[in-house]
Write a protein that binds this ligand. Structure first.
Ligand code: GLA
Ligand code: ZN
Length: 674
């Protein structure tokens, strides 16, 4: 099976954010851009992202002439357009006439006009103005053959503390707690410190200068911010779909962005897209590569279909503390990494460097020099040539037998909890560590939330799943009972969905039977402290957390060998129904997990992508469709590597040669087909 971003354009897209309205006074550049677009092997431009002031210079007076001209030009030159709604930044008249659109800070001050991504998502005025311009855009361009996707707004984010938002928050809670304030009080444990509410109208946003001790409220506030943003985005999508139901919609997401639960934001989107700016070349290349891969997998899993790499930096960015150039080869390697994990586009921010304002030194395909004679332009051109050569990969799928749970609400709840290592629980890092061991073996991983579907996987890994609601508990039980393998760690099943601790022993409810253990206490170690763990005749190091668990039905796989808990179980496995439930009661350096994984993979007959041993820094990932397999062998190390055995039957998609071994220069990538 193949799935395309848009069936009318079943090809890879290679392009960039393009802001021709910045060059209206130098329009000759537009034709130059078209010439360069073809020369760069590009076929896509994302337009209109921040164009509102040009499109609607005065309220209700629209001027689409620049977009008309640009969209036609791109199309005539063989390109396609990803067309944005302009709500990511508003024109000055809108803020002046309707001050409610301006966001209010936590301290109660309303912001002035300026910057971007700073509007109140509750404001009826903002919603209405956005609806109007989105409708106009859909009416005007919804049938244009150039337009392949809608780019809804830009990087939604942030929160607003205005009165309109606070009112919406109360309504949100009223619904959530069935308009029953006592239900909320119990869910929030608000008799604590006499913080009980008498009515929903008493509820204020949590914050520094007010209520900040009720974890349930903090959690619901995070849920609300995410919900309200989604609601705003959905209204934008509705306006577009009412006129133009056929063109897919996407919005560009940011890796790990804290305040939006992307699992929920994804619901109404047709296609997922994201903006990737890794810290390459900072001495931790493999961690950066695996972390980037994790986000590719996360965004792919949101819709379980090919996604879009909406932004990446040609050359460098300008907003990091240190803005290092991408080394030769890295543009192509990073771009093809996205493809290997399921992207069907390689897009950049930005096409042409602006002359002024804050992004004038941000990398672009076309630099201030204005020619194709730059290193970066040539790198983009070379990536484009590769994409053309492997175009048939487009639409193919990535199939995973393993999933990692990375849950947004768990992340919020865990970070907010007081206890453990109070300010650095390292939830995300821990998930990444578990992921990395799979990544380096080339094993395809889906990243799911705790409410995801477990049944389709052979192995589900749940690091630090502290917040585990009743529904999730039941689904874990069913999954293992039916034959699944579930690998959980310390902190499993401690609180419910309103952040109340479970009574009756951890892990909560039936998890004690599923895992065959009881977790009595958790020891948080000081940074740098280590404990010894022994399994058979091998010793491992533990750090940060040791849980004092008791094995009931479970078999002990490893035991602590230090501290007053020496001899207590450190890792267990329990056969439950037809499946197995593993529990790791400590944080390891990665070595223990690596050894466990080797055994579990053999047991489940999950093979690494390459059967032969590969040098450090080399990995391989697969896409598949219609019985054809596409193999991406990547080298992230600073050394050239030779003679990697890939097995028989492969053809190099760029050279057309049959290969059974490949050699790769630093940052090289080879795409093979079988
Ligand atoms: C974000 C934005 C872009 C641009 C880039 C710069 O991803 O969406 O408009 O500012 O950052 O890296
Ligand atoms: Zn607001």
């Amino acid at each position: 099976m193949r799935r395309y971003i848009n069936d009318k354009f079943p090809h890879f897209m290679h392009g960039a954010d393009y802001n021709p309205e910045q060059w209206l006074h130098m329009k000759e550049i537009w034709d130059e851009d078209m010439k360069l677009m073809k020369e760069a092997n590009c076929n896509e431009m994302s337009v209109g992202i921040f164009s509102w002031a040009t499109l609607e210079p005065e309220e209700g007076k629209y001027d689409f002439s620049f977009l008309d001209e640009i969209i036609d030009k791109v199309y005539k030159n063989g390109g396609r357009v990803v067309l944005a709604t302009p709500s990511g930044a508003r024109p000055r008249w809108l803020a002046e006439k309707y001050p409610e659109v301006l966001r209010v800070r936590e301290d109660g001050h309303r912001k002035r006009f300026g910057a971007r991504h700073n509007h109140c998502y509750s404001s009826p005025a903002y919603r209405e103005k956005v609806r109007q311009i989105n409708t106009k855009l859909a009416e005007r361009y919804g049938k244009h053959p150039a337009v392949v996707a809608w780019h809804i707004s830009n990087e939604y984010g942030g929160k607003c503390y205005c009165e309109l938002c606070e009112k919406e928050f109360r309504e949100f809670l009223r619904k959530r707690y069935d308009n029953d304030i006592e239900k909320l009080n119990l869910a929030y444990w608000s008799y604590f410190w006499s913080h009980k509410y008498n009515s929903f109208d008493e509820i204020e946003f949590p914050g520094e200068h007010g209520e900040n001790s009720i974890h349930g409220l903090n959690l619901d506030f995070r849920r609300f911010v995410s919900y309200q943003t989604k609601d705003f985005m959905n209204a934008e999508i509705d306006a577009i779909r009412a006129v133009c139901p056929d063109i897919p919609v996407t919005t560009n997401m940011m890796p790990g962005y804290y305040y939006l639960n992307y699992y929920e934001l994804a619901e109404k989107l047709d296609v997922i897209s994201w903006d990737s700016y890794p810290n390459w070349h900072n001495g931790t290349q493999l961690s950066v590569a695996s972390e980037t891969a994790f986000w590719h997998d996360f965004f792919r899993t949101l819709k379980n279909r090919p996604f879009m790499l909406m932004e990446s930096a040609p050359g460098l960015v300008n907003w990091k503390p240190y803005n290092k150039l991408k080394r030769p080869g890295m543009d192509r390697l990073a771009s093809i990494q996205a493809i290997a994990h399921g992207s069907d586009t390689v897009q950049y921010f930005q096409w042409r460097k602006s002359r002024g304002s804050v992004e004038k030194f941000h990398g672009a395909v076309v630099d201030h020099v204005g020619t194709s004679e730059t290193r970066v332009f040539k790198a983009v051109q070379s990536t484009g040539a590769t994409l053309k050569a492997i175009d048939e990969v487009c639409g193919s799928m990535v199939n995973a037998r393993v999933a990692i749970i990375y849950d947004w609400e768990n992340r919020w709840a865990l970070d907010d909890s007081q206890g453990f290592a109070r300010n650095e629980k390292k939830y995300s890092k821990t998930c990444l560590d578990y992921y990395k061991a799979l990544w380096k073996r080339g094993i395809t991983v889906d990243v799911i939330n705790a409410h995801g579907n477990f049944e389709k996987y052979d192995l589900v890994i749940a690091p630090m799943l502290y917040m585990t609601d009743h529904d999730t508990i039941e689904r874990i039980e069913t999954y293992v009972g039916n034959g699944g393998t579930f690998y959980a760690t310390y902190m499993l099943g401690m609180v419910n969905e309103t952040d109340l601790c479970y009574l009756g022993g951890y892990p909560a409810e039936n998890l004690k039977e599923v895992f065959g253990i009881w977790n009595e206490e958790i020891d948080t170690l000081y940074p740098g402290e280590k404990v010894e763990i022994v399994s058979g005749d091998k010793a491992y190091e533990g750090m940060d957390y040791s849980e004092l668990i008791h094995a009931k039905e479970a078999r002990v796989l490893a035991a602590f060998n230090s501290e007053f808990y020496a001899g207590m179980p450190a890792a267990t496995v329990n056969c439950y129904g037809k499946g197995k439930a593993y529990y790791q009661a400590f944080r390891d350096t990665g070595e223990f997990w690596d050894d466990m994984l080797d055994k579990i993979l053999v047991e489940l007959n999950i093979q690494p992508t390459l059967k032969s041993k590969v040098p450090e820094g080399v990995c391989a990932h697969k896409r598949e469709a219609d019985g054809v397999e596409y193999l991406f062998v990547q080298n992230y190390s600073d050394k050239a590597v030779g003679d990697i055995d890939v097995g028989d039957g492969y053809v190099d998609m760029e050279s057309g040669e049959a290969v059974s071994t490949v050699s790769l220069n630093t940052y090289d990538v080879r795409i093979l087909k079988k």
